[in-house]
Design a protein around this ligand. Structure first.
Ligand code: HEC
Length: 159
């Protein structure tokens, strides 16, 4: 019996070692919108971020925005769209370009300050594996150094 229990613990350990990558959070459009922004063609970030983006947080993330304490389970989405002219001096959403995801899990993502990062490209919804493999530098590298509120989150929830 004891051996069985030990084997079971070992198996759980193995599963944990090969943990599944971050999945596309379904239903995030029903989460709380945190903020929206427009990036124009003259911005240094334009090659990737030109257009409109909206940031969404799940319930745990909204708690984090309000308290500054980010609990495991917090998930934040940056939903990036192209901007299209909709009228004189007016623009609106065109096509979705990609979705960036941050997942709070202080144990699993200890190496990147407790946040896991990934990106899904559109319309294929494929995870951008190369970006995720390099996320510690590509994503966390910028967030960890530059996010003003600390703990790698840039956006601010203004009620
Ligand atoms: C050069 C700096 C930089 C890099 C690299 C970067 N980001 Fe960000 N990220 C930002 C900034 C600035 C914002 C805030 C945008 C806003 O407030 O509208 C942001 C916002 C976000 C948000 C919303 C939460 C927050 O911090 O406000 C997510 C999710 C996100 N980025 C994921 C990623 C992922 C995934 C990657 C890697 C593929 C990545 N980021 C790479 C600068 C960066």
């Amino acid at each position: 019996m004891r051996r069985l229990i030990l084997l079971a613990i070992a198996a759980v350990g193995l599963i944990a070692a090969g943990e599944a990558p971050i999945a596309l959070p379904e239903g995030f459009r029903g989460w709380t919108p945190v903020s929206s922004a427009q990036v124009g063609s003259g911005n240094p970030a334009a090659p990737k971020y030109e257009g409109l983006h909206t940031i969404y947080g799940n319930a745990a993330a909204i708690e984090g925005y309000k308290t500054g304490k980010w609990a495991d389970g917090a998930v934040i989405i940056l939903d990036q769209w192209t901007a299209e002219k909709t009228g004189p001096d007016a623009s609106g959403q065109g096509q979705r370009k990609f979705i960036d995801v941050m997942v709070r899990d202080s144990r699993r993502y200890a190496a990147t300050g407790g946040w896991g990062y990934t990106e899904f490209t559109w319309p294929s919804r494929d995870r951008v594996v190369a970006i995720e493999d390099n996320a510690a530098k590509a994503c966390s590298g910028c967030h960890a150094q530059n996010a003003p509120g600390g703990d790698q989150v840039f956006s601010v929830f203004k009620d």
